[in-house]
Design a protein around this ligand. Structure first.
Ligand code: FMN
Ligand code: SF4
Ligand code: SF4
Length: 299
């Protein structure tokens, strides 16, 4: 019996909800975190292989890119590959990036879609009061995507757009160390939830149980959003803002996902976190734009 696998990256649970719904319609489907520090060598053949993750700054999270880059897919070139990116509204070049990345590994991305879901970037804006309505709408929008994946539909992914690329490259390189601006207030009750929901192990707990950050952050905002005491904040921006997590996803779901780091089969190799210090063409070109884009950035 051939199996299915869906790789997921999530901060506030939107992408995990999508991954769970996909897994429920495909038989023998495993959900594996892309936040783990492990490289998977898929030695068995899979029928379908999916990637589900949020859009960040009109592109993919750094960790998703790194995970896919390191994924050994040589025994699975004939599988049906799909990607779903969950987003507030604009997925920019996200899916084109994934298509290109897979193409470089000799893999065809058969199907790719962006799905509007609740926009969770609390660092930039307050959370809306329309969680129930937006969740319902995203479920309606997701249904045809789910059927397409079930029926192995194919579609075309657009080209990479230059302006979106500049925006992405400008902002994504600041991400790992933005946790320097995170603080933990005295309201912290040392529950340890933030450490459990962090998809990339960027939070440690000190000897008395207070969290600290390790500077390989992905900006997924899970720690800010899931903290029951609103004790984690970014500069002075988020203290008075509301919090959001997907209504169907509990912190325990993320804790379980993040704990699942061992390889299903075959060998595993460590994939170290690399913060790219090398200046690419886009890095150089985009430097003067970065600050402006950051200031006007809205989703
Ligand atoms: C760092 C960051 C950047 C984001 N950038 C975008 C974006 O460029 N376009 C967009 O539509 N939504 C953006 N969002 C919103 C998320 O993509 C959206 O809420 C997503 O569904 C969250 O998925 P998750 O709950 O699985 O983490 C961003 C969120 C974060 C945390
Ligand atoms: S989730 Fe909040 S209250 Fe719990 S340990 Fe982390 S910062 Fe403290
Ligand atoms: S430290 Fe917080 S924002 Fe950064 S990756 Fe971990 S949970 Fe996400």
């Amino acid at each position: 019996m051939k199996k299915n696998i869906v790789y997921v990256f999530t901060g506030t649970g939107n992408s995990l909800k999508v991954a769970k719904d996909i897994a429920a319609v495909l038989s023998y489907c495993e959900i594996i975190s892309m936040g783990s520090n492990i490289r998977y060598d898929l030695e068995e053949e899979y029928e379908t292989i999916g990637f589900v993750f949020p859009t960040y700054y009109r592109g993919e999270p750094r960790k998703v890119r790194e995970f896919i880059r390191l994924l050994n897919l040589q025994h699975n070139k004939n599988a049906y590959f799909y990607a779903v990116t969950t987003m507030g509204k604009y997925d920019g070049n996200t899916l084109s990036h994934i298509k290109k990345l897979l193409k470089g590994k000799g893999i065809t991305l058969h199907y790719a879609k962006g799905l509007d879901m609740f926009s969770n970037y609390v660092i930039s804006y307050d959370m809306r009061d329309t969680i129930a309505e937006e969740t319902r709408q995203s479920e309606i929008d997701f249904e045809p995507i789910l059927q397409d994946i079930k029926n192995r539909k194919t579609n075309k992914v657009g080209r990479i757009e230059l302006l979106q690329e500049i925006a992405y490259k400008s902002l994504i390189r600041f991400v790992p160390e933005m946790d320097k601006y995170y603080s933990v207030s005295n309201d912290c009750n040392k529950c340890g939830i933030c450490e459990k929901v962090c998809p990339v192990g960027n939070i440690g707990l000190d000897e008395v149980g207070y969290p600290y950050f390790k500077h390989h952050c992905e900006q997924c905002v899970a720690c800010i959003q899931f903290c029951p005491k609103k004790a984690i904040n970014y500069k002075d921006k988020t203290q008075s803002r509301k919090r959001y997590t997907h209504p169907a996803i509990k912190y325990t779901d993320l804790a379980a996902l993040n704990g699942k780091v061992k390889s299903m089969n075959g060998g595993t190799k460590s994939a170290s976190f690399s913060s790219t210090k090398k200046k690419s063409f886009f890095g150089i070109v985009s430097t003067p734009f970065a600050y402006i884009i950051w200031k006007v950035y809205r989703m």
